[in-house]
Design a protein around this ligand. Structure first.
Ligand code: 4NP
Length: 157
């Protein structure tokens, strides 16, 4: 199984959106049984809560399921458990660096790193910007690029 964990700050806006979108992509490509997909937040404020209503509205509009997705905090063990830990911004990366043990098994990167030639390096936080459309567009492009890369590396078709 290829294990992918999306990470943001609160785990109610960006990373659950990425989790839901990536699940949708993988299912559409007939690869659902090859993946474990999850998301988590660096903070614990929203543990057990469903995605933010702005994320729910956007996913509803696109007819993408977020059923069963609830917030949880990322742990140091996640960095060994998952193969790909995909952060939304530089702050998440530095927060992950603080909790990680030595030499974590996971490949840790930002979602936007998978987009070649993108001038956008971080996925803006709609909790503060209010712009869930902009965040969705970046997550859509980033998740497709991430899946393409994982398929190439793992020779999945
Ligand atoms: P997210 O957005 O990291 O995309 O889930 C946030 C949600 C909640 C908070 C911060 C960011 N908060 O401070 O509660």
């Amino acid at each position: 199984m290829i294990k992918v964990l999306f990470v943001c700050l609160g785990n109610i806006c960006r990373s659950p959106m990425a989790e839901a979108y990536f699940r949708h992509l993988v299912k559409n490509e007939g690869l659902a049984d090859r993946f474990v997909i999850d998301s988590g937040g660096m903070g614990s404020w929203h543990t057990g809560k469903p995605p933010h209503h702005g994320t729910q509205t956007k996913l509803d509009e696109k007819q993408i399921s977020y059923q069963g997705i609830t917030a949880r905090q990322v742990t140091a063990d996640d960095l060994d458990e998952f193969d790909y830990v995909i952060a939304m911004d530089d702050q998440n990366i530095s927060d992950l660096t603080m909790i990680k043990k030595e030499a974590p098994a996971a490949s840790v990167a930002k979602l936007m790193d998978y987009l070649n030639n993108s001038s956008t390096k971080n996925v803006p936080d709609p909790y503060f910007t209010g712009d869930f459309d902009q965040t969705y567009a970046l997550i859509e492009a980033g998740c497709q690029a991430l899946l393409d890369e994982i398929k190439k590396i793992n020779q999945l078709n």
